[in-house]
Design a protein around this ligand. Sequence first.
Ligand SMILES: Cc1cc2nc3c(=O)[nH]c(=O)nc-3n(C[C@H](O)[C@H](O)[C@H](O)COP(=O)(O)OP(=O)(O)OC[C@H]3O[C@@H](n4cnc5c(N)ncnc54)[C@H](O)[C@@H]3O)c2cc1C
Length: 413
Amino acid sequence: MSTDYDILINGGGMVGATLACALVQSPHTAKLRIGMIEGQRFEKKTDAAWELRVSAITCASQRLFESLGVWPLMKSQRVSPFEAMDVWDAEGTGNIQFYAKEMGEPSLGHIVENCVVQQALYERLDDLGFKGWLCPEKLLGCEKTNEGWQVTLDSGATLTTRLLIGADGALSKVRQLANFKMDAQPYEQSGVVATIHTEKPNGAVARQRFLHSGPLALLPLCGTDGDRHHCSIVWSLDTALAEEKMALDDLAFAQALSNASEFRLGKIEMVDKRTCFPFYERHVESYIVEGVALCGDAAHTIHPLAGQGVNLGLMDAAALAEELHRAAGKGLDIANFSVLRRYARRRRGANTLMMEGMQGFKTLFGSDNLPLRWARNTGMSIMNQVPPVKNRIMRYAMGLEGDIPKLARGHTL
Ligand SMILES: Cc1cc2nc3c(=O)[nH]c(=O)nc-3n(C[C@H](O)[C@H](O)[C@H](O)COP(=O)(O)OP(=O)(O)OC[C@H]3O[C@@H](n4cnc5c(N)ncnc54)[C@H](O)[C@@H]3O)c2cc1C
């Protein structure tokens, strides 16, 4: 007990706050001294405008939020279920559709504004009486000590902890300061992100068109009044092309987008503010070093073409909470390397599989090699006729296959 905290989480984004929420609800870890450092004060959303940043939340992530009592708070704000997915190849006839009813599920997932997830998590933490907030505070330094780690904050305060968790995003300070080794490669693509208003309603269908220049995702939004004329788009393009699209005026951009989407939703009538993100693939060699664990974007970033990024991070948070709960329940040292190793083993393999799959998809659909184009178009159309294969792929994308953490199976810790 010579440290200030047992567990100190750096980063109260979607992943860090989910982890905190899980830890304070476990009968074993709730007894520990848990702190969470967050650099930015969260501004509660007060208007009805669509937030630019959204995430496609899988069924597994939804179950995790349900187990933590966060889902009703998200639903009471705004979530957009989608019941089907339509994927097609711009360079041929390849087309595949997935339907929730074929999977025996009410939806394939939900599109949710990131601020809605964050607000719901913060409200839940308040309801649970969480007092460990250190916000706004930035972690600037950390050093290994005999008992664990000492961190320095921008206010000048120093704190000590037995276990330090880096949930501080793609440019993680904890990862950098604790000398984690990482593979990082730019995808040489950027994503143009915007909210659009369409002529036709989206019909609760998530659409993805694979163009030679990169995939265009149209994620269906649903207003609280049931209006379905909005979509969030992620248009992945080679970085120079993305910059060209960003430079277009609104009318020209809407026209280019209408063409790129083959007018599936009619004309794109209005585009809200646009922004552009460069994509990187990053993966740390190990998720842990002595007394430190990384989760979420701090450990891995992935091309957003299948909308998996935050879902992988949420499963990290659920698995880490489960391992810490298990260790605390047995009276083990939660910062012990063998405890952390169980978490790292569970998550690195699962995340690697998904990342390799995404890289394969990107390569396959980025190629204009004629035999490969023929093979992918034919493969897609054949697969579309074989529901067991198709449903297996979809179950995997929905997070319903593999080593699913307890909380994401709908159980409590
Ligand atoms: C264009 C685009 C589209 C995407 N679409 C999807 C999608 O559809 N589905 C999906 O699953 N994922 C998607 N993603 C990925 C998803 O946005 C990320 O995986 C997710 O935001 C990562 O969450 P996180 O909590 O790990 O990190 P972050 O969201 O980056 O949160 C990190 C937090 O740490 C804080 N912080 C950082 N440094 C410090 C410090 N030194 N001290 C204190 N606090 C600090 C930050 O303020 C922040 O709040 C997309 C990404 C992009 C770029």
